[in-house]
Ligand binder design. Structure first.
Ligand code: CO8
Length: 372
């Protein structure tokens, strides 16, 4: 009754936005806004828009660029948001479309067809609508006979969904589960805010979970165990939601977009994540030095280095703990799955790997994997 990851899929949007491009747009927006509101700013009634700096961004985060689903509008100071055409109800939705790209890539890597699956989970930081579930739309587009549902756990949406898939396969309620993370986050980024305008990029990832006996791909990882931890915090928050209509407030105000106390997140989450990981390994009689590869959440290079240092007593090399956030930025829950997708082919039988997310909620989720 061993349960495995037998396929991983990654879809990367074609469009790239560099730090320099983002900063040029924000700084031009700031000049215009601050000039327009000069009197009110001088009188202390309006806060000026602060300017950004590409050197700060790379040093503070390790991010050099991000991929985005639609680039139009993001760098236009009249818009400062992606301009994505709304689709009719009878068309494939945008988020389902990117989910399908990753799903098909994961299915191909696992040598699986639609008829091999019983369930689809779409799990990510935001779903573009409340219902019908994106997972059911994706299930229908793929022709999977079974059931699907959506999950939201912000940064830990991917790992927590993999936990659920593991339980479903282990209990026999599904033969195989497709877990998809269509992280279409650019519409929630405040491109006018220097503290957060650089943090996020769009991507979609997918993972196939099944029993070891049915797995036929070249790279199969047994899930030895899963662990999760949540602790309520307001330090990373978005108030976007259906209640805005009843509140009668601006549904697109800054508090309705991603915002955070980055310093506090950094200070509070790093020790939690390190402790969580060493405890998880200890449950299996393992220590951090037994781990061949760390597929860590990709929010900030300094966070990953601090967590790794706490675990290993030294900085890991990129072979041990690959970094993808330089190219992809923070992709909410998908970051650790991108790392898994790009850096697993070289592992040998018996090698131990750890997949781990940490962030908003706070939430931490981990899976201990062994290459078969
Ligand atoms: N350019 C120039 N200066 C800047 C900029 C900028 N772009 N941004 C901030 N500054 C200034 C600040 O105003 C501050 O100035 P002062 O000292 O005068 O107040 C100074 O630089 C230092 O700022 P910080 O202390 O904020 O700088 P840090 O070194 O802490 O770096 C980071 C900021 C990069 C945000 C860092 O704190 C960090 O990465 N923290 C952890 C954040 C994190 O991991 N968050 C999790 C994100 S949530 C998630 O992963 C998923 C959520 C759901 C998805 C949402 C999708 C939209």
């Amino acid at each position: 009754d061993r349960v495995v990851i037998s396929g991983v899929g990654l879809w990367t949007p074609d469009h790239v936005v560099t730090n320099t491009e983002l900063v040029q747009a924000l700084n031009a927006y700031a000049d215009k806004y601050n000039l327009t509101h000069q009197a009110a700013i001088e009188a202390g009634h309006v806060e000026p828009v602060m300017k950004s700096d590409p050197e700060f961004i790379e040093k503070a985060s390790g991010i050099k660029q991000r991929h985005v689903y639609v680039k139009d509008g993001i760098l236009d100071i009249e818009h400062m948001r992606p301009l994505i055409p709304e689709r009719d109800d009878d068309e494939l939705s945008h988020q389902a479309e990117i989910a399908l790209h990753a799903a098909r890539s994961a299915m191909a890597s696992a040598n699986k067809k639609a008829e091999d699956f019983d369930a689809v989970i779409v799990s990510c930081a935001y779903t573009q609508r409340a219902y019908p579930a994106l997972a059911i739309e994706v299930q229908s587009a793929l022709g999977i006979d079974g059931f699907g549902f959506d999950m939201l756990v912000a940064c830990s949406a991917a790992t927590f969904a993999l936990h659920r898939a593991w339980e479903m396969v282990k209990s026999g309620s599904a033969r195989a589960v497709l877990v998809i993370n269509p992280e279409l986050v650019s519409p929630q980024v405040n491109y006018c805010d220097r503290d957060s305008h650089f943090i996020f990029g769009d991507v979609a990832t997918a993972v196939v979970i099944e029993r070891a006996e049915t797995a036929s791909s070249d790279h199969v990882f047994e899930i030895l165990g899963t662990q999760a931890k949540t602790l309520y915090s307001n330090n990373i928050r978005s108030n976007f939601g259906y209640m805005s209509r009843a509140f009668g407030t601006d549904p697109f105000a800054a508090d309705k977009l991603f915002h955070q106390e980055g310093r506090s997140v950094f200070k509070e989450v790093c020790p939690m994540a390190a402790e969580h990981l060493s405890d998880h390994l200890a449950l299996h009689g393992l220590t951090p030095t037994d781990v061949r590869r760390w597929w860590l959440h990709q929010a900030n290079i300094n966070m990953n280095q601090l967590i790794s240092k706490k675990l290993l007593g030294r900085l890991p090399d990129t072979d041990e703990a690959p970094i993808v956030l330089d190219r992809y930025a923070n992709t909410a829950s998908a970051g650790s799955v991108i790392a898994l997708s790009l850096y697993h082919q070289d592992l040998e039988s018996g090698d131990i790997g750890v997949l781990c997310s940490f962030g908003a909620g706070y939430s931490i989720g981990s899976l201990l994997l062994k290459k078969l």
